[in-house]
Design a protein around this ligand. Structure first.
Ligand code: DQA
Length: 149
């Protein structure tokens, strides 16, 4: 049997983590976040792929190509608040996913309180910084392993 596969998708401007508004997003770089996730996935015996794009079209393409993926962890970043197209791509796959935000989007500008993803996500983790991804990965593996599949 092959190991379960988890995809992590990071949206626009998350390539700047570390330098980007560290008071809001923390000082951990995207490379560090991905490295932690890869190490954690190794300990949990799951395959993981981590990808970042500033392009809505590229993110949609990756989601559409996720046929062999058991679970998605996604921080849609600014597309959270704008993208029906990304939402539709996730709906179309039917793959369970968790929406992650580094900052607490509910404690910021009003426009960040609306997400096109939260009502179709299995869960939303917002405001726990980079650790939110780790919690999402832990849950995803437990969920996959507990499912009759
Ligand atoms: C974010 C929150 C979004 O509102 C923002 O546009 C981002 C990052 C977060 O991780 O806190 O780019 O998704």
């Amino acid at each position: 049997m092959t190991n379960p596969k988890i995809a992590v998708f990071h949206g626009p401007n998350l390539n700047l983590l570390g330098n980007r508004e560290p008071a809001v997003y923390g000082s951990t770089t995207l490379e560090d976040i991905n490295k932690r996730l890869v190490d954690q996935a190794g300990r949990l015996s799951v395959e993981i792929v981590c990808r970042q794009s500033n392009s809505e079209s590229e993110l949609i393409g990756w989601i559409q190509q996720s046929g062999d993926v058991n679970f998605i962890i996604i921080n849609p970043a600014a597309y959270t608040h704008t993208s029906v197209a990304l939402r539709d791509a996730l709906s179309a796959t039917g793959i369970p996913f968790i929406e992650v935000h580094l900052s607490n989007v509910h404690a910021r500008e009003t426009f960040r309180r609306h997400s096109y993803f939260s009502d179709i996500a299995m869960a939303v983790i917002t405001g726990l910084g980079y650790q939110g991804y780790g919690y999402a990965l832990d849950f995803a593996v437990k969920y996959i392993n507990s499912k009759d599949n």
